[in-house]
Ligand binder design. Structure first.
Ligand SMILES: NC(=O)c1ccc[n+]([C@@H]2O[C@H](COP(=O)([O-])OP(=O)(O)OC[C@H]3O[C@@H](n4cnc5c(N)ncnc54)[C@H](OP(=O)(O)O)[C@@H]3O)[C@@H](O)[C@H]2O)c1
Length: 257
């Protein structure tokens, strides 16, 4: 391995990827496993986790661990950490990727809608990071990587709760980077533009919305899970050691136009 490639190696590392069972999370898990990391996939659906672990084995020759858990339930966090430690012995990287969305006009949003999205998109990120950071502090360091979105910077109609949560993740990334730097824990985020997944399928099946989205992307194509996975790999690997508190927008140039 050349020195340049060594900088992107995760040999001997262990990564937890929440929402790693499909979509962007699976792209991230494949990038990390491909660079040598053991990966623990977390989602609420056993069958999805098994299929994801099989596809990582086929793509990278590495057997991923799986934990079926709802990250919105803070009581599940201890089980996620325990299962990872039991299987792999230590934890070096946490990717807070699990998420969902509710599309609704602001005037129709209910308290239940608000709680559902905030719990998965912000509260779980806050408290799972806190739990993992305690272990990373004791271990001498680690990497926390959050998923935020274009909506942390710009308004997009009908996803007000999602936008508020992702704005919170942007801000949380900044403040945790300061508090955790003394423990050699870096905290960064990636903010994908539009990637076709189960979450965004509605936007992609509406020709008008698809045309509107594409018209805003200077590179002229939508993002792929691999585009996001490669950026997360950089942040997780030694190549990204001197970066903290940054939010990388992977949007084909959307925010520059
Ligand atoms: N797609 C985009 O264009 C886009 C753009 C910007 C940001 N993002 C962000 O990227 C992340 C991944 O999104 P995606 O597009 O890949 O969505 P996706 O295909 O719907 O995948 C979401 C993943 O999270 C899991 N998940 C959802 N709620 C969960 C919970 N409460 N506990 C545990 N796991 C849960 C899902 O599995 P289960 O439902 O089985 O639990 C699934 O594995 C999200 O944070 C999203 O906000 C996406």
């Amino acid at each position: 391995m050349t020195n340049g490639l060594k900088q992107f190696s995760l040999e001997g590392k262990v990564s937890i990827v929440t929402g790693g069972g499909r979509g962007i999370g699976l792209g991230i898990a494949k990038a990390l496993a491909g660079a040598g990391s053991e990966v623990m996939l977390v989602s609420r659906t056993e069958t999805q986790l098994k299929a994801a672990a099989d596809s990582i084995l086929a793509a990278c020759g590495r057997k991923a661990g799986t934990v079926c858990a709802d990250v919105s339930d803070l009581a599940s966090h201890a089980a996620i950490v325990d299962a990872t430690l039991k299987r792999f012995g230590h934890i070096d990287v946490l990717v807070n990727n699990a998420g969902s969305n509710i599309r609704k006009p602001f005037l129709e949003v209910t308290v239940a809608d608000y709680d559902t999205i905030m719990q998965v998109q912000l509260k779980s990120v806050f408290f799972l990071s806190q739990r993992l950071a305690r272990g990373m502090q004791a271990a001498g360091g680690g990497k926390i990587i959050n998923l935020t979105s274009l909506t942390s910077k710009i308004g997009i109609p009908n996803i007000s709760i999602y936008g508020a949560a992702k704005g919170g993740v942007f801000s949380l990334t900044k403040s945790l980077s300061l508090e955790l730097a003394p423990y050699n824990i870096t905290v960064n985020a990636v903010a994908p533009g539009y990637v076709r997944t189960a979450m965004t399928e509605g936007a992609f099946t509406d020709p008008k919305r698809q045309e509107w989205m594409l018209s805003r992307i200077p590179l002229g194509r939508f993002g792929q899970p691999d585009d996001i996975g490669n950026a997360v790999l950089y942040l997780a690997s030694p190549a990204g050691d001197y970066l903290t508190g940054e939010v990388i927008f992977i949007d084909g140039g959307w925010l520059s136009s």
